[in-house]
Design a protein around this ligand. Sequence first.
Ligand code: UD1
Ligand code: UDP
Length: 391
Amino acid sequence: MMTKTISIIFGTRPEAIKLAPVILALKKARGIRCRVCVTAQHRHMLDQVLDIFGIVPDVDLNLMKKNQTLAGFTARAITAVDGYLADENPDLVMVQGDTTTVFAASLAAFYHQIPVAHVEAGLRTGNLQSPWPEELNRVLTTRMAALHFAPTASNRKNLIKEDIPSKNIVVTGNTVIDALFLALAKVKKNPPLIPGLPSFLLQKSSIINHQSSIPLVLITGHRRENFGGGFDNICRAIAELARQFPAVHFVYPVHLNPRVREPVMRILSPGATGTLLPNVHLIEPLDYLSFVALMNRATLILTDSGGVQEEAPSLGKPVIVMRDTTERPEAVKAGTVKVVGADTQNIVRAAAALLTRPALYKKMSTAYNPYGDGHATERIVSACRTFLTPL
Ligand code: UD1
Ligand code: UDP
């Protein structure tokens, strides 16, 4: 059997988490040479994930700059990936999701006439402004890809509507569930310490069994369409909730984007609020194992993240989505995710209802897996093999 080369190209935290199980499997696959190239669109948050999964990139393009612009990063990434592909000349390029790295790497591969396999294909809101610029990135990546790995049947339908031939689409489940199951097994064996959090919030049993008498609300946020007013509203909602519910702890690992950190520090840091909010904990972004442990410990989650919306239903955690749209309708239909927008009063109302109405909480906290069974990786590896070595 002739060995074929697959180059996996990625750059940010969520891409690394969702590709880690696929990389680990492809590294072991017979007849496949798996090469890892990172743009390092995220330098620190990417390295946190690589460390956890023990992945060492073959090529590190090291492209992140502080406060990078969309056009600036796109231009640097296309040029750098172009050079990488000229040297490596793989048989297939694999990308994941909808970031600038995905769009730039797919375009560079397209120019080299190297087929692209797109993991997490077919997610759509139908609105180019939300999420911005990710909706455009994924629509354009679909146009360039040869193989489309759709997490759900409804993602597949979106691709069919855009005239992608059904023979080029495989419904796989989302690899985030594969990553989550890997992480949960490690967390349960060896509960991590969570830097920046007081120990009374983190008894071992509460991480493993997610049972604690102290309610904990976990928060994440980073979407560009929430920059400006949206983030101010989100932070005001957290401050308001912290005042209304002094016995509840609000834990927020703050994304490293300076456009996110500015409003968070201005509105929520102890110096900024004037009145100290002792139950608000602003901490640094967590490595994946610590974050999974904290999700498992949380009572509920406030987020604008895509990945967190997919992970939380598996853990039975209600999610309040601080965005106007979601490309992940499966969990909304099932009732664990509620989309409320980046509106202060809507966020406060939705969180307060969950914290005070046990029947509603119970209804929203049933665990189930609309995004996969933890075996997406196997389906992806098998489809890549068929694509590269057809009968
Ligand atoms: C990016 C993706 C978004 C994805 C998100 C996941 C685009 C356009 N955006 O958004 O789709 O959901 O990642 O988190 O591709 N920074 C650091 N260290 C890091 C990471 C970021 O300092 O490890 C700072 C830098 O100043 C950087 C800035 O954050 O310039 C923005 O990073 P960037 O990747 O451009 O955008 P994100 O908002 O992180
Ligand atoms: N995550 C993490 N540490 C954190 C916050 C999030 O490891 O401090 C994980 C989370 O479990 C999910 C992914 O990062 O798998 C989501 O990343 P992000 O919200 O940055 O991006 P998105 O999914 O919105 O593209």
